[in-house]
Design a protein around this ligand. Structure first.
Ligand SMILES: *Cc1c(COP(=O)(O)O)cnc(C)c1O
Length: 336
């Protein structure tokens, strides 16, 4: 594996910490629970898109782009991190936000990530739910090209083989940390959406033959669709000449039992998980991804899916800024 052959800009504050969660571990009475702090990647309050953007933005610069176009849901963490790095590199940024939840709550529509998109200087426009967002981005690109600009399109979530390389890097970073800390890891768990994170991790673990199982907790589509999209993207990432490996369908594990009412729609499990992590570990999860991912991990621990003494690492993929768009979901909080 020779990742130096890909253009990359280094923006991640890394390696991000790998920490033990003693109080959560004790509260659940199951496996030893660790957390990989990819909420601390440094860019624009952090998150997993930063690692992907190291490769995507380097590619955009190599193609002499002057404008970045990307898309996401209203409270997209990917959009926020993309706008921030575009600002740092002096590029224009066009953000297309799909109204996937239909929420009319003012905080959801204007606070959290949306506020930061504007603050970092993006040109933000909305599209109704169900819009073909890839086609919508192409339209914007055509309009810009007609004006003499050089747009570069980043797919939703930064999930293509170039973006997934960011999580090949994370897999290598994790293996290094596990070896240095003498930690024998039985499972890596994280929230999976547009699939780039899980695809990159699988390609990275596969490429180093470390055989660490990865469990993706889905936050949107049904299990088969989620597994298939991770599998295809993982295969394409691993097949890059410089990565050279393969991802087997059976190593792609997605559990989509914790999506609830749909993408971005709060669930009681998410509210419990976000509250537990805040109160037991002082860690802020997010309502759309890491909160549901952690809700899945908590439930699986309670059901005895992992045994006592096993070591499980949850990757915190960031997104806590979106909490400000979701304060309504937490209105029944009581003091401890
Ligand atoms: C985008 C995102 C994810 C999901 O990562 P994918 O690579 O899209 O599967 C998880 N957590 C947070 C906070 C995210 O913003």
């Amino acid at each position: 594996m020779k990742l130096t052959l890909f253009p990359r800009i280094r923006i991640t504050h890394g390696p991000t910490p790998l920490e033990f969660m003693p109080r959560l571990t004790e509260a659940l009475g199951g496996p030893n629970l660790y957390i990989k702090r990819d909420d601390c990647t440094g860019l624009a309050t952090g998150g997993n898109k930063t690692r992907k953007l190291e490769f995507l933005m380097a590619d955009a610069l190599a193609q002499q782009a002057d404008t970045i176009i990307t898309q996401g849901a209203t409270q997209s963490n990917h959009a926020r991190q993309t706008v921030a790095i575009a600002a740092k590199l002096g590029l224009h940024c066009e953000i297309l936000l799909e109204d996937r939840t239909g929420s009319k709550v003012e905080a959801y529509r204007q606070s959290g990530n949306v506020f930061l998109d504007y603050l970092y200087g993006a040109n933000v426009s909305e599209r109704p739910a169900g819009t073909d967002m890839a086609a919508a981005m192409n339209e914007v690109a055509d309009t810009l090209r007609a004006k003499g600009r050089k747009p570069y399109i980043i797919p939703g979530g930064g999930s293509n083989p170039i973006g997934a390389l960011g999580y090949v890097v994370c897999a290598l970073e994790l293996i290094d940390q596990f070896n240095n800390q003498g930690l024998n890891v039985d499972s890596v768990v994280h929230a999976t959406g547009s699939a780039g994170t899980q695809a990159g991790l699988l390609a990275g673990f596969e490429g180093t033959r470390s055989q660490i199982p990865v469990l993706g907790i889905g936050v949107r589509g049904p299990k088969d669709a989620q597994g298939t999209s991770v599998f295809y993207l993982g295969g394409k990432t691993a097949a890059l000449r410089e990565v050279s490996g393969s991802v087997k369908r059976e190593s792609v594990v997605a559990n989509c039992d914790y999506v609830g009412g749909g993408y971005g729609v709060p669930t009681p499990g998410m509210v419990e998980a976000v509250t537990m992590l805040a109160r037991l570990e002082g860690i802020l999860l997010d309502p759309v991804y890491s909160g549901k991912g952690m809700a899945g991990l908590i439930d699986l621990c309670r059901k005895g899916h992992f045994s006592k003494g096993q070591n499980v690492v949850f990757i915190h993929t960031g997104g806590a800024v979106a909490l400000y768009g979701y304060t309504d979901a937490f209105k029944d909080l009581q003091p401890v």
